[in-house]
Design a binder for this molecule. Structure first.
Ligand SMILES: [Zn+2]
Length: 492
């Protein structure tokens, strides 16, 4: 059995000015055998593909894996380039029995608001109408029936934090293998409840979402035949006609079962739309700091979640902390290549005057003019330590730990999210040793930080990932058709 695998991934805030171009993707792109070497055994969809295919002794044809994380739009050239590369690779290999793709679902470029639809369409055209084509998506993908035209089946992560990325690749690859062998005939239904939520509230541990997902798992368990349900929260900050929640149900030959299941779960999402949009309190900076700093320390860190920051350079919370003179505070992974370069040139122990953060856009907060002591220089690469991406290496470029009036700020040259204790360990620190920790993650931090945190405060700031979606200037999403923009958005 010869199976081609490929991946293209970026989660695009379409409103952000920074565009990820080919050279950004090329920093992380893998090709051919190096995909197998680097991704085998990792908690990633591609890792899951490899796991199943090697176990089934399939011949894997690894094409390209161009996977960035959460950033701004992709350039038109980048979408074109990696789509061409996948299609050319498929055309160059005769005798393929099937294709597995991992696509984010919320990539976006100026010319393609749904690049996944474009890539899937081109792939289907290249491989002809018959060859099985199975897709794995991120849980934050924005997709609709048009995106999936021509796919044999599609699966998305069921958890956020995404602790089940490899498991999703396994679900997709098993479906493909069973289809190639003629053991199953996958059929699928997709439904869209027209509900859009900020990423911060797409965490699958939050109710009522957790209960609706449990309903999906119960329906799978109760089914006499194979049934697989993906509920995708979508990505509110990619402005596309299909932004928002999606339910995909895949079954073996049973259209009615897939349709009934997707209908019921989409109806449940629609019914709970108001609570899905606001399952937790959203704090203003002033409120959050008054609350977090006004209570005696508990011995556990309080997390100030500056969740609206999409580029890791937002200074709204840091500025307020400095103004209040707070101490024993950690601000891990602030993206600032200039500050990192300056600190590295000055060396450990030096004192530098630096303009810190706030450079990605005018929404990222003030450039802070500070005097900082360079406590330590850091490594250029690190490994994730928590359940999400465990063991996966990531690049931060030249980095340093700065101390500014009792606040420790680690600066990186490439944007990286603090989701576990990697940003602490690399400097010999522990998050538990701080009274306040400022994080910028949306959901991934929860698996590591929920057990060790005293409290997690969702702090809203006027950045590109803000919790109030009604403030964004959507051009492509039909806001009259979707919650929370319209009170009488249709059910599906
Ligand atoms: Zn995601």
């Amino acid at each position: 059995m010869r199976i081609a695998i490929a991946a293209f991934q970026i989660e695009s805030v379409s409103f952000l000015p920074q565009v990820a171009d080919i050279e950004d993707f090329e920093r992380v792109a893998l090709r051919g055998a190096s995909i197998l070497e680097k991704m085998r055994g990792t908690n990633s969809a591609v890792g899951g593909f490899i796991d199943v295919l090697e176990r089934e002794q399939a011949h894997i044809v690894p094409l390209v894996d161009a996977s960035l994380g959460a950033l701004g739009p992709a350039s038109e050239r980048a979408v074109q380039r990696y789509c061409d590369e996948i299609v050319d690779g498929l055309r160059a290999h005769d005798g393929l029995d099937g294709v597995l793709l991992f696509l984010h679902g919320a990539s976006w470029s100026q010319g393609h608001e749904d690049p996944e639809r474009y890539i899937i369409g081109r792939v289907r055209e290249a491989i002809g109408p018959q060859l099985p084509l199975v897709i794995a998506f991120d849980y934050h993908g924005n997709i609709d029936a048009d995106t999936l035209r021509g796919v044999t089946a599609a699966f998305a992560y069921q958890k956020s934090p995404h602790t089940d990325m490899a498991q999703t690749g396994i679900r997709a690859a098993r479906c493909l293998v069973a289809t190639v062998r003629g053991e199953i005939q996958p059929v699928w239904t997709i439904r869209r409840p027209h509900v859009v939520v900020p990423s911060i509230f797409s965490a699958t541990s939050l109710s009522p979402l957790a209960d609706i997902l449990a309903l999906a798992r119960a329906r799978e368990a109760a089914s006499n035949t194979w049934l697989d349900v993906s509920e995708m929260a979508g990505f509110a900050y990619a402005d596309a006609h299909n932004t928002g929640y999606t339910v995909i149900a895949v079954a073996d030959g049973d259209h009615a079962l897939a349709a009934r299941t997707a209908d019921d779960l989409a109806a449940a999402l629609h019914r709970h739309r108001a609570a899905l949009y606001r399952p937790l309190k959203v704090w203003s900076i002033e409120e959050a700091l008054a609350h977090a700093c006004g209570r005696p320390p508990s011995g556990k860190p309080r997390i100030l979640l500056e969740h609206a920051d999409r580029m890791n350079d937002s200074t709204h919370v840091l500025a307020a902390l400095l103004a209040r003179g707070e101490e024993n505070v950690a601000v891990p992974f602030l993206w600032d290549p200039q500050a990192a370069r300056l600190a590295c040139a000055a060396g450990a122990g030096a004192t530098i005057a630096v303009a810190l953060g706030g450079h990605s856009s005018d929404k990222a907060g003030p450039r802070l003019q500070v005097t900082a002591r360079v406590r330590q220089l850091g490594p250029a690469r690190a490994h994730y330590t928590g359940p999400v991406f465990h063991g996966v290496e990531f690049e931060i470029g030249p980095s340093a730990l700065l101390e500014i009036d009792g606040i420790l700020v680690s600066v990186t040259s490439f944007p990286a999210f603090g989701i576990d204790d990697a940003p602490f360990r690399m400097f010999g620190l522990r998050p538990e040793d701080f009274r306040l920790v400022v994080l910028r993650s949306k959901t991934h931090f929860r698996s590591f930080y929920e057990p060790i945190a005293d409290e997690i405060l969702v702090v809203d700031t006027p950045d590109y990932g803000a919790a109030d979606l009604t403030q964004f200037d959507y051009r492509r999403l039909n806001t009259a058709m979707n919650w929370p923009f319209s009170q009488d958005a249709p059910r599906s």
